[in-house]
Design a protein around this ligand. Sequence first.
Ligand SMILES: Cc1cc2nc3c(=O)[nH]c(=O)nc-3n(C[C@H](O)[C@H](O)[C@H](O)COP(=O)(O)OP(=O)(O)OC[C@H]3O[C@@H](n4cnc5c(N)ncnc54)[C@H](O)[C@@H]3O)c2cc1C
Length: 462
Amino acid sequence: MTITTAIKQLKHSLPQDSWTDDIGLIAPYLREWRDRWQGDTPFLVLPKSTQEVIDCVNICQQQQASLCLQGGNTGLVGGQIPKSEILLSTKNLVNQRQQTPETLTVEAGQTLTQIHSLAAKENKIFPLSLASEGSATIGGLCSTNAGGIHVVRYGSMRQLVSGLEVVLADGSIVNTLNPLKKDNTGYALTDNFIGAEGTLGVITAASLKLFPKPTHTNTLFVAISKPQKAIELYFTLKNTFPTELSAIELIPELAIAWVLKLTNQLSRPFKENHPWYLLIEFESFNLESNLKIEECFNSFLQRKVVLDVVMANSLRQAQQLRSIRESISASQKKIGQSIKHDISVPVEKVASFIQLASKAVIEYIPNCRPLAFGHIGDGNIHFNVMQPIELSASKYLSHWETMNIIVHDIVVSLGGSISAEHGIGILKKAELVSRYPNKVKHMLRLKNAFDPNNLFNPRLLF
Ligand SMILES: Cc1cc2nc3c(=O)[nH]c(=O)nc-3n(C[C@H](O)[C@H](O)[C@H](O)COP(=O)(O)OP(=O)(O)OC[C@H]3O[C@@H](n4cnc5c(N)ncnc54)[C@H](O)[C@@H]3O)c2cc1C
């Protein structure tokens, strides 16, 4: 019983265009976005149907050859990168299964951008929105419980999925795909697989909730003096526009400077520089809300609650403002190496977190450059600490684990989470096990129930 026998049987059982052992064709699947992990695998399976996934799983189970699962390969914690396991990519599962007035059922390989287009054809929206949407797939988005900028209004993937089709390790199927809004027939099986990072089964299809397309969207860029102002503004806006506020993203000046340094497509939103900014979006269905938003920000400006405001007056300008936020990760990558933290704390503690964590990392590595940005309405900050100019990249990155512990100690002391949206993968598994032993004990019970032989993603989480 070996991986070699499994590969032989897979070649025999699956159509020839559903697998490859060509090293050149496999290579792009083995490198990930941050260049942190380099994978290896002798064999890539690219099933085109749920039945082909089942055939693959049955053979691998029988031969005890474990599988690494991959969708669009945009994950940021290393979970989709194989280390000698057979790689199963669901990106060729691309059929649309069913459409109802309020749901869309698609196979796991559809990208988020494709879902946006399908929804638009029905004059609807699927509100999940993130910078990787051109490549990230429904299978990966479900498996990581992806978030993005619209969680503040619509929730993350868990709230946006009404059912799944999942192939389990014994080759059986869990099918909860249905458009029902109410279904209390026992355990909510769907929830087990969302955020499980592919450790419990292969997601092959999902029913996604569609929402009415707003008639008015307001996109604003707002200058503020400090993160505490952002929190106050968030609570005020949430009270005043409880259903309209759809995004509120914190951005420091340093991030804007880096974004603009690396592109000539975008321009500075204000003539003057300010210490911090917010990208804010509202969605509404009536002109009155639209006018109320304008009045509200004029009053903020007069009362000096905010330092400056730009309100997009065209779709193009709105997209430009949004692109500044979406380009932060890519621009950082070009500037140098950074040690990253994807954390959340209660919203009212975000400013304390930024202050404490910035002080702590500078004490640890003088001249490092903390960059805190992200989804302030969810208390979710991407706290990326850039290398000091005088330190080599490799020397700086050798501090990754220690710096993570310093920052995560602060997060935990504030009642937060060490992984807000990217998951655990390989990157944070040591910390998951040491910081959450009781949770891990219960998670292992689930893992043993669904995948007792550790067939799927065997190196993840635990
Ligand atoms: C520039 C950039 C911006 C990003 N912004 C955000 C953001 O704002 N919010 C956010 O939440 N994430 C963000 N991400 C992270 C990433 O896009 C998400 O985690 C996304 O959900 C991964 O989808 P994917 O299809 O690429 O999955 P992959 O990267 O291929 O896989 C991710 C995980 O899911 C598992 N998996 C994949 N497909 C399946 C399947 N069919 N069945 C079971 N398990 C599966 C893999 O084994 C792995 O553990 C960003 C990434 C980049 C590069």
